[in-house]
Design a protein around this ligand. Structure first.
Ligand SMILES: *[C@@H]1O[C@H](CO)[C@@H](O)[C@H](O)[C@H]1NC(C)=O
Ligand SMILES: *[C@@H]1O[C@H](CO)[C@@H](O)[C@H](O)[C@H]1NC(C)=O
Ligand SMILES: *[C@@H]1O[C@H](CO)[C@@H](O)[C@H](O)[C@H]1NC(C)=O
Ligand SMILES: *[C@@H]1O[C@H](CO)[C@@H](O)[C@H](O)[C@H]1NC(C)=O
Ligand SMILES: *[C@@H]1O[C@H](CO)[C@@H](O)[C@H](O)[C@H]1NC(C)=O
Ligand SMILES: *[C@@H]1O[C@H](CO)[C@@H](O)[C@H](O)[C@H]1NC(C)=O
Length: 501
């Protein structure tokens, strides 16, 4: 007791918790933290602790905790009750280097915060990118329209405008996305990696003449249209395989793996380099940007080709419709091609009410996927729309509304931080870019209901993220060579991040 008091005394400066707590509001499916003109909860920046001390940050469903911090020591006397999970860290066995965690700037994700007052807008972006927020490290930017736009459009909707005389950014960019990107960059706690993704080129450049439905780029490699598509700055085609579905409801442009390979080899790759973008060294050209089901075929066609391989930095994957293909495909392609895999889109829908205010279940689904993808060589995870409205929109595509980590109220006098926001923060604030995943014994500790994933941070700290989806407390019995053993209570229905130096 005396010892722990002394230790706490030594730690006093970092123990002064300046964080503003959650202002809770309860809905049938759970709790949100309310932000308004006067209040918005924060999370303290992380500070190192002396050798032997572990900081434990906990969020839970039933106790309504959000990033509540406590301290514990290796070799301590704590003996919590519950099923024991033995995990031994292997600090010298390191896996993939992480790019980080983040979210996406669709039109909807900028239009919704755009309705907030300047003070609340700042609070929203501090919550995502700031030092007193989740410290996101990734930002995905839609290039022109997507399903989460209020209308179908492109940057040049004048038919057959081969000279691109009418090419222009739109009000969604000028008044919303660009100012908010600048704000996020100003507030960011770390160097954020921004990347773009194109849903559809101008409709007149497609075989079917509309932004949605089944259609590919007109003509073929070497044609004026393919040159134009490249000039428009298309970096990655979002969900290229959707462009072969006749009824596909929103912006798309079909590419087979072979078409994307030819586009990279004949157009995008050489011309990016000619323009001074040294891909893949200083500019990360990514392929696919679609579900895991396509990973095998696309990497086989594009990365196994020695010429296109040279231009590509990594493979972008989405989380939809992929259950039939095991995540071990990511381990295989990383081992084979030595290029990163980045998850570039995930989103949840609660049910008939797509938003599900306060839903813990949505957040657990994110925790599960981030844990299992990172345990299978994936280097980062990007959520879809950062912020949506009370109906999960706006979207022009009909019936595609989703939930999001921040929901903006109808009159924009409040916004709500969903449990999903805290789930993301349990990763993003801790698993910063440059972290390496650390091996453990057992290799995949836990089950799909209780998982433990460890990382070595570039500042030398070790961070561990766990979740417990079970209705009872569990015990994490963690052993670290040269540090000792620590028995940690992992609360029922909780998310946890641990940090020690
Ligand atoms: C915990 O005990 C182990 C084994 O006795 C020892 O090597 C380690 O230094 C101890 N850790 C701390 C923080 O005292
Ligand atoms: C779209 O699909 C329909 C039905 O399969 C087909 O007849 C048509 O040629 C396709 N259109 C394009 C532009 O690929
Ligand atoms: C790319 O990186 C190299 C060294 O890593 C540097 O010399 C070069 O100037 C960079 N090019 C650009 C366009 O940033
Ligand atoms: C992968 O390619 C094979 C052979 O071309 C094809 O039969 C299969 O349908 C493709 N798989 C997917 C998921 O597209
Ligand atoms: C909210 O989203 C719904 C569904 O897409 C849309 O109909 C509505 O216009 C949006 N409202 C606002 C204020 O953005
Ligand atoms: C915790 O782990 C240590 C080291 O692996 C082991 O000796 C100990 O028996 C474990 N404790 C429990 C309760 O399983």
């Amino acid at each position: 007791m005396l010892l722990s008091l002394l230790v706490l005394g030594l730690l006093a400066p970092s123990l002064i918790l300046a964080a503003d707590p959650c202002n809770p509001r309860y809905y049938p499916d759970g709790m949100v933290c309310v932000c308004d003109e006067l209040w918005c909860d924060t999370i303290d920046p992380l500070t190192p602790t002396p050798n032997g001390i572990v900081q434990i940050f906990e969020s839970d469903r039933d106790g309504n905790k959000r990033f509540v911090r406590r301290l514990q020591s290796f070799n301590g006397t704590e003996d919590p009750i519950g099923q024991v999970w033995n995990v031994i860290l292997q600090p010298t066995q390191l896996h993939q280097e992480m790019l980080g965690i983040g979210g996406s700037f669709s039109d909807a994700a900028a239009l919704n915060p755009g309705r907030l007052s300047p003070k609340m807008l700042r609070d929203a972006y501090t919550s995502f990118y700031g030092a007193t927020g989740a410290e996101f490290a990734l930002g995905r930017i839609t290039i022109s329209g997507s399903d989460f736009s209020t209308r179908p459009y492109s940057y040049d909707d004048v038919a057959e405008d081969i000279g691109l005389d009418s090419f222009n950014l739109v009000d969604e960019d000028i008044s919303f996305k660009i100012p908010q990107l600048k704000l996020a960059r100003e507030l960011a706690a770390q160097d954020v990696k921004w990347y773009g993704s194109s849903w559809a080129p101008p409709a007149w450049m497609k075989t079917n003449g509309i932004v949605n439905g089944n259609g590919t780029l007109r003509d073929g490699p070497g044609s004026a249209i393919w040159v134009l598509f490249e000039i428009l700055g298309q970096v990655v085609q979002n969900e290229p395989m959707t462009g072969f579905s006749e009824t596909f409801p929103w912006n798309t442009c079909g590419f087979t793996a072979a078409m994307e390979r030819d586009f990279i080899v004949q157009h995008l790759g050489p011309n990016l380099r000619a323009a001074g973008y040294n891909t893949p060294t200083n500019f990360s050209l990514m392929i696919l940007d679609h579900d895991r089901a396509h990973v095998q075929n696309w990497t086989e066609t594009i990365l196994a080709d020695p010429i296109s391989n040279e231009f590509v930095a990594g493979t972008a994957v989405h989380w939809y419709f992929s259950e039939q293909v095991p995540m071990s495909v990511y381990d295989e392609i990383v081992a084979r091609f030595n290029k990163f895999v980045l998850l570039t889109e995930a989103s949840m829908v609660f049910g008939e009410d797509p938003v599900g205010l306060g839903s813990w279940y949505l957040a657990e689904t994110y925790m599960q996927d981030i844990a299992s993808t990172t345990q299978h060589s994936v280097a980062g995870w990007t959520d879809w729309n950062l912020a949506l409205n009370m109906s999960g929109g706006p979207t022009w595509a009909g019936a595609s509304e989703r939930s999001a980590p921040i929901i903006v109220s109808d009159d924009a006098s409040e916004f709500y931080k969903m449990p999903m926001y805290y789930a993301l923060a349990h990763w993003s604030k801790f698993v910063v870019p440059g972290s390496r995943r650390m091996a453990t014994v057992p290799v995949f500790p836990g089950t799909s209901d209780f998982r433990v994933t460890a990382f070595l941070r570039p500042d030398g700290g070790v961070t561990i993220v766990s979740y417990n989806m079970l209705m009872e407390d569990q015990v994490l019995n963690l052993t670290v060579p040269n540090k000792g053993t620590i028995k940690i209570r992992v609360g029922a229905k909780s998310f946890n991040s641990y940090l020690y130096y």
